[in-house]
Design a protein around this ligand. Structure first.
Ligand code: F3S
Length: 394
């Protein structure tokens, strides 16, 4: 692989051991994927943050890198951590877990990474320009960045995203290359698309049917930011999809695979992600809620109350949380008995410590992962039905 003189210096150790380690990792990755050169990145979004996911070995790996003098040279934010950094006790997290999670965050902080732990970095200041190369890890954010923002990123692992942040480079392969960003299949959408949940189901269904590739979605209207956000998450959960198109030029359409998604296919996905029995924990915010979603939620729960034995847990980034608090949305949600957590989510926190047994959500991604990450049963449905199932009142 061709390396510039500066990149050669990084690899030879002239810029320190931490940079050398990062460049060794990136060149090895580039060799595996046949990259011909490196490309400069504008930002990184780093996964592998939750103590529950990376454990002691991951924590020590990060501390070692930080102790070698690793420092990021581009804007870098984090994926959700394993707990709310302030309200961790309300989640049932124990003191030992808390201490280890803080050690992980301190290692990142020492390397200059912003302690903004979210899968929606584009809502809170880490929003790449159209055409910019970035190194992002979180699968829903990767789909959103490639498809909605027009940035270019592969689905990075935590270490490769951190290495990209430390060197400002990533190997140029996959979705960094224009020709690899063309659609590979045409998806004709014949289902009714009316709600945010419909978009989540559509994403999940397309991922389930195609498995991989770059779908070109035809016949989708009414997509706003929140709908695209939840669809991006679902596309990456059921399949290995990292990008979609929903308009624009279509080259060689006759050579592409064609599939149709109708109401019956969406219903199949809903059934696949739903369990028997009554849910006791409603989760909204996969991906992390936007300000608009918190506003809508506050309106929906006003005058209602969470039923005894049930809970409403809402997940967002700390930037959106602060704004929602200033606007009074949080006091309404909390007044109805809900809790709003930041820096973490239902999939990467130890949800089994909550004491609840059956999660209901409007997010197919949440329902896809929660049973395997925490053992709770899961159900997906429309947002208003999520709320109806655990709330009472007007
Ligand atoms: Fe975000 Fe967690 Fe869902 S990282 S996309 S809220 S699984």
């Amino acid at each position: 692989m061709y390396l510039s003189r500066e990149e050669e210096r990084m690899l030879s150790g002239e810029e320190g051991a931490a940079v050398q380690k990062a460049m060794q990792l990136l060149t090895a990755l580039g060799e595996v994927f046949g990259a011909e050169r490196m490309v400069k990145v504008e930002s990184a979004q780093i996964a592998g943050v939750s103590y529950g996911n990376i454990g002691d070995a991951g924590m020590e790996f990060l501390e070692d890198w930080a102790n070698l003098g690793g420092k990021v040279r581009v804007k870098a934010t984090l994926n959700p951590a394993g707990m709310d950094l302030n309200k961790w006790q309300e989640m049932g997290v124990d003191g030992e877990y808390y201490k280890k999670q803080i050690r992980i965050l301190k290692a990142f902080e020492k390397m200059g990474v912003e302690i903004t732990c979210t899968c929606t970095p584009y809502l809170v200041g880490n929003r790449p320009r159209f055409g910019a190369h970035v190194a992002w890890s979180e699968s829903s954010a990767v789909v959103f960045a490639n498809s909605v923002l027009g940035a270019r990123t592969n689905r990075e692992g935590g270490p490769s995203a951190l290495a990209a942040a430390i060197t400002g480079r990533t190997p140029c392969y996959g979705l960094h290359i224009e020709d690899n960003r063309e659609p590979t299949a045409i998806v004709k959408v014949e289902a009714r698309m009316r709600s945010i949940f419909d978009f989540s189901l559509l994403g999940y269904t397309v991922g389930r049917i195609l498995g991989s590739g770059i779908p070109y979605l035809k016949g989708v209207s009414g997509a706003d930011l929140d709908r695209l956000k939840i669809m991006s998450a679902a596309l990456a959960a059921s399949g290995g999809i990292a990008m979609f198109h929903s308009g624009g030029r279509l080259r060689a359409a006759d050579k592409l695979e064609k599939v149709c998604v109708d109401q019956r296919e969406l219903e199949l996905s809903r059934e696949k992600l739903s369990s028997e029995g009554k849910p006791d924990l409603a989760c909204i915010g996969c991906p992390h809620c936007s300000l608009q979603e918190l506003k809508d939620l506050a309106r929906a729960v006003k005058g209602k109350k969470v039923k005894k034995g049930c809970a409403l847990w809402v997940w967002t980034s700390n930037g959106v949380y602060d704004e929602a608090k200033d606007r009074g949305y949080l006091s309404v949600i909390e007044g109805a008995g809900g809790k709003v957590f930041t820096d973490t989510c239902m999939v990467v926190c130890p949800l089994e410590k909550s004491g609840y047994t059956h999660m209901v959500s409007n997010s197919c991604k949440a329902a896809h992962y929660v049973p395997s990450t925490s053992g709770l049963r899961a159900t997906v449905t429309e947002t208003y039905l999520v709320l109806e199932s655990i709330m009472e009142g007007r």
